[in-house]
Design a protein around this ligand. Structure first.
Ligand SMILES: NC(=O)c1ccc[n+]([C@@H]2O[C@H](COP(=O)([O-])OP(=O)(O)OC[C@H]3O[C@@H](n4cnc5c(N)ncnc54)[C@H](OP(=O)(O)O)[C@@H]3O)[C@@H](O)[C@H]2O)c1
Length: 286
């Protein structure tokens, strides 16, 4: 049993990580948050309110912690820099930065630039660290059902509710790895038991398929042909603005470059739910 701290766990993948630690029945969980949370108390999870601008509060929250996982949202990802300092000062052994997509694409996606700031610190630090390469969270394809989990409801390329697929990049046959947040969290907490982590990134076991295959499965389940349009590769250019549409176009480019084809680098992680089972769970009638 070790103590696992999650920073940024009120929502999103961080909140799924808390569930996974509890589910493991093996490790102790401590949550670092900017605010009190009655929900965490009900779950029996220790929550420590910290002020990320006051390093002493963070260091003192981390004493006794073995692994620190950052799940800050992209706007706060630069806080990973001071999190590493605090972790070293408190004697933490391992660290996962807030990457949670594909670590190698950060430089080419404006919205992820804050995530790059921690790199220099990681190169020199005493912590064992690895980012998590997980591809795209599958939960989005359940929007607006409860299958979204703790993510904010969002339709990303394929809108299963309205049977449409908009601006599918390239031919739609390029590989993309999808994983449920629940499975990503479970795999990460299982990886805590490994004696050593792979260098740079732990690559998850997700479901690697294409958007065309996703649409195929969704059409069968919804019993209706989807309206689909494609964005040809020649229409995708570099240098998009830092807005929601520009963010997706930059992900499109990474998809066309094959960077969302996440090949696992650890054996024996819990098997993920595949896209077909997931879509059936949330969209099949009766
Ligand atoms: N691969 C994918 O498909 C995918 C999709 C979405 C996100 N992601 C990635 O997953 C990571 C988490 O994103 P998310 O969408 O899950 O995050 P989120 O739900 O928006 O926020 C996660 C937590 O960050 C903390 N936080 C937010 N703003 C903060 C601030 N200004 N200062 C300090 N803490 C702050 C909050 O914790 P407290 O309120 O408790 O302090 C919050 O619960 C990011 O790296 C993101 O890029 C990946």
């Amino acid at each position: 049993m070790v103590k696992i701290a999650v920073a940024g766990a009120s929502t999103g993948i961080g909140r799924h990580l808390v569930d996974a630690v509890i589910y493991s029945g093996k490790h102790q969980c401590v949550v670092l948050s900017r605010n009190e949370s009655p929900e965490m108390s009900l779950l029996g999870v220790e929550l420590i309110v910290v002020n990320y601008e006051d390093q002493r509060t963070v260091v003192s929250a981390l004493y006794g912690v073995h692994t620190l996982i950052s799940a800050f949202n992209h706007k706060a990802a630069n806080l990973d820099v001071s999190l590493v300092d605090a972790a070293e000062a408190a004697g933490v052994k391992r660290f996962i930065p807030s990457s949670w997509a594909v670590h190698d694409i950060r430089a080419q996606v404006n919205r992820y630039h804050g995530k790059l700031e921690v790199d220099k610190k990681l190169e020199k630090c005493s912590l064992e660290w690895a980012a998590v390469d997980c591809g795209v969270f599958m939960n989005y394809y359940a929007t607006p059902t409860a299958g979204i989990g703790y993510l904010r409801p969002l339709k990303f390329w394929v809108d299963v509710e309205n049977c449409i697929a908009i601006d599918i990049p390239g031919t739609g046959n390029e590989p993309v790895t999808f994983i449920r947040c629940e499975d990503a969290a479970k795999q990460v907490i299982t990886a805590i038991d490994l004696k050593q982590w792979p260098k740079k990134a732990i690559k998850m076991h997700g479901d690697c398929l294409s958007f065309n295959k996703l649409v195929d499965i969704a059409q069968n389940i919804r019993g209706k042909a989807f309206q689909v349009n494609y964005l040809p590769s020649e229409d995708l250019k570099r240098g998009y603005e830092d807005n929601a549409a520009g963010f997706v176009r930059q992900l499109d480019i990474a998809i066309l470059q094959g960077k969302f084809d996440v090949q696992p680098n650890i054996e024996d992680l819990p098997k993920p739910m595949l896209m077909e089972e997931f879509l059936r769970k949330w969209w099949a009638k009766g």
